[in-house]
Ligand binder design. Structure first.
Ligand code: KG4
Ligand code: ZN
Length: 336
């Protein structure tokens, strides 16, 4: 069943090579080459390692996505790739590959904003998700609260003034020796823990939509160093649940401030941090309390993937966008 243009989406902004074939909003195939293991021993993403891994992964992955979708390359209506924001060396690999493929197949090429991809991701599973909406975007590189007035019409209401939420999870997990990536590690470590065991501070209470996590990092590390010196370190699940609660509290509070401010009746989320179980639970509770609809992608569509790039390109294809061949990646691209 084909209910829209057939789009090949390529995502290479950071450390995941993602390729997908999407027909309308129907995901025909979505494949991923994750570099987590290559970066784990460095405790974070190393740009040169990432770019090289994309170069190795991209060709076989595009073949695999086309094969799994059961299509011929000639059936594709448009080819899309992430233009930015992201690591320049990583972006270039997917962007140049997509442009040359589109050129050789004589198909339109569409450059997509990575964050806009995250905004569209919930549509792949929830046909009822439409703007106006407030969308929480939280990943390793970004934390933003966006008012989606319409597709293509975005107002970034708030962002982090220092570390992104995922970065805070990653740095704290590294300090606690839990490995990389830190978000899933803390999520798991929090099992059975008491989120109220330790009262870590909540920053920027006086600003309605912005968040800040660098103070939390200092407060957790200082707390743990003192506790260790005193020989009185609380159980790991309590520490993990408490610091997770501080991050989740900030994200949920600011998201629903935006809901009250804009009057939006729809809330959605995207980015790796939205895979966090406690965050999903708290957003669901708050959505219930505010009587708004909540659309969260399943965890595999929260983290970076090619399908979300194709989903955003699907909108721009219908709007007639063709990104010029001479265009280049934009590592500092800003939404709206
Ligand atoms: O969107 P994403 O895959 O890549 C970026 O664009 O950054 O997000 C990756 C981030 C990492 O910081 C990772 O620790 C975090 O998302 N993350 C989580 C969870 N799963 C991934 N954070 C909290 N809880 C999780 N379950
Ligand atoms: Zn992302």
């Amino acid at each position: 069943m084909s209910d829209g243009p057939l789009i090949l989406g390529i995502e290479t902004s950071c450390d995941e090579t993602g390729v997908a074939v999407v027909a309308g909003l129907d995901v025909r195939s979505s494949v991923l080459a994750s570099q987590t293991e290559e970066h784990a021993r460095f405790g974070g993403v190393v740009p040169e390692v990432a770019a090289r891994a994309h170069v190795e992964a991209i060709r076989p992955l595009v073949h695999e996505a086309v094969r799994q979708a059961g299509i011929h390359p000639g059936d594709i209506d448009a080819i899309a790739a992430t233009q930015g924001p992201g690591l320049v060396g990583s972006l270039v690999v997917g962007y140049a590959f997509a442009k040359s493929l589109a050129w050789s197949l004589r198909k339109p090429f569409i450059g997509v904003d990575h964050m806009e991809g995250h905004l569209f991701a919930p549509r792949l599973e929830h046909a009822g998700y439409h703007p106006p909406a407030v969308v929480l975007l939280a990943s390793g590189g970004h934390s933003q609260i966006v008012h989606v007035r319409g597709w293509g019409d975005y107002d970034v209401l708030g962002s982090t003034i220092d570390d992104a939420a995922g970065e805070a999870f990653d740095k704290l997990a590294r300090f606690m020796g839990l490995g990389y990536p830190g978000g899933p590690a803390i999520d798991r470590a929090s099992d059975g823990g008491d989120p109220a065991a330790i009262a870590f501070p909540r920053a920027l209470r006086d600003r309605p939509f912005d968040v800040s996590f660098s103070g939390l990092k200092t407060s957790v590390t200082t707390f743990l160093e003192k506790a260790k010196a005193a020989g009185d370190v609380p159980p790991l699940p309590d520490v993990a649940a408490s610091l997770q609660e501080a991050i989740v509290d900030a994200l949920v509070e600011k998201t629903f401030n935006a809901v009250r401010e804009t009057g939006a009746r729809v809330v959605a989320g995207g980015g790796g941090v939205l895979a966090n179980r406690r965050l999903r639970q708290r957003l669901a509770e708050e959505a219930d309390a505010h009587d708004v609809e909540l659309y969260l992608p399943s965890p595999a569509l929260c983290t970076d993937n090619g399908a979300m790039i194709a989903a955003a390109a699907n909108f721009w294809f219908d709007a007639g966008r063709e990104t010029p061949w001479r265009s280049d990646v934009e590592p500092g691209l800003k939404l709206g």
